[in-house]
Design a protein around this ligand. Sequence first.
Ligand SMILES: [Zn+2]
Length: 559
Amino acid sequence: MSRLRSALTRAVALIALAATPALAQQQPADLVVLNGRIYTADGARPVVDAMAIRGGRVVFVGDRAGARALIGSGTQTLDLDGRTVIPGMTDAHAHVAGLGSSLRNVDLVGTTSYAQVIERVVERAKSTPKGEWIIGRGWDQNDWGDTRWPSQAELSRAVPDHPVYLERVDGHAGLVNALALQKANVTKATKDPSGGQIIRDAQGNPDGVLVDNAQSLVERAIPAATRAQVKESIKAAIAEMHRWGLTGVHDAGSSAQVLELYEELGKENALNIRLYAMISDHAPTIDAWMKRGPQSGLYNGTLWVRSIKLYQDGALGSRGAALLEPYSDDAKTNGLLVSAPEHIKEVATKAVRAGFQVNTHAIGDRGNRLVLDSYEAVFKANPTADHRFRVEHAQILHSDDIPRFAELGVIPSMQASHQTSDMYWAGNRLGETRLRGAYAWRSLLESGVIIPNGSDFPVEYVNPLISFKASVTRQDARNWPAGGWYPEQKMTRDEGLKSMTLWPAYAAFQENELGSLSAGKRADFVVLNQDLMRVPDAVLSETKVLSTWVGGVKVYERK
Ligand SMILES: [Zn+2]
């Protein structure tokens, strides 16, 4: 058994000892959950049919009779009628403020006419103060019947008082109205920038569509979100996460302002999610937090700040992931390094001395090797028993590096939905041989590590069950390919469940508080419409969240 696994088992055993049932049964519970099929993610009692909650924590898991004994006059009961419960899910790598700002935009995906696009913008204008920008994204004129570029005239007539900027679905064109052109000072006299085009009418006036580099002519006139807007968008992101059964999230890079807003929301009792924030790679912010020291469970167990997010390389799609050998579909490049290895070592050294964790983005096999090398050097110079350093993504690994994670006690934090999103083209970039070490969950698990799962939203959808399905089937939503993509790397369903519950908790030093439905831990759980541990693979995508509970309080219910 690896060091990580045995530490985890020990911690779970300690909790079981600490919460003695005799003590718990002295007072009635606040909430008793009955007649469920409750998957606890706790090896001691993997499936039970009842549980009891008091003071936001689980006080009992077991049979109906045991839970009933805790019902008092003020106890709320929840009869599940056989429905499935799992611990609240945690996305171990996502971007909270990024989700918030994408939720603020007008969603134009799936519009089938220009009139429908305008209708959605008009609707938004009603609730937006005059003069404020309206931003949208997702139109595609190829879906409109008339596939010519739209003219700004109709949009400007319908929405005259707000500057409007609507990005095309692929982000490579923007549609604006007359007020936006005016605010950005784009006129007949404005020349096309290199690498961009201003679409014009017969008289040569800008007609609303700006292609590629011409988009920035207007984009730079859009003011940055205000602090109040960022705060509102964080709240919207939290509500969105609840909708998909997330009770926890690891924010992969929080700015100083966002951290300040998390604390503000925490003080206002409005941070009703377990938020594990990784500080962005910004020296003054890192120094300020290190001075304060690692922070755990602030504001009634809602905010943790004790880790730092670094970047080693780029992404695979844009050929920015650093590879040991050139790209299979572009022999001239093997990717790029976003940070020098010296920088990773320097920050990691400061972190390990201050009791902070380091979580470094690495996608390519060279990127991953460099991070492991840097971490190894830092641990040698600064022996540390329980650092739990992570590699974020760990997507493409050379076979020599796979066992190094367990040896160094480094956690690969991976997003299963990246595998199902990338599988259509990853082979072009990497070739057959390298694919064997790509998204290699089984090889890593066998080496003795845990894998906290995630989505990287808003890059991918928020729904964590997409990654759960990918983990156990390696198939997309349409169940392609038959049997799964490199199926030997699948997780079991038990591992898939832990990858969204107990393993993210361990990867965030939270396993004494979160991650399983065990007596003594916070009562975060989700009720589902079907038994995701037993339904056939082909219908896993139909799993729906019926309600989400944080600390024994319902934060979402499906209508
Ligand atoms: Zn990310």
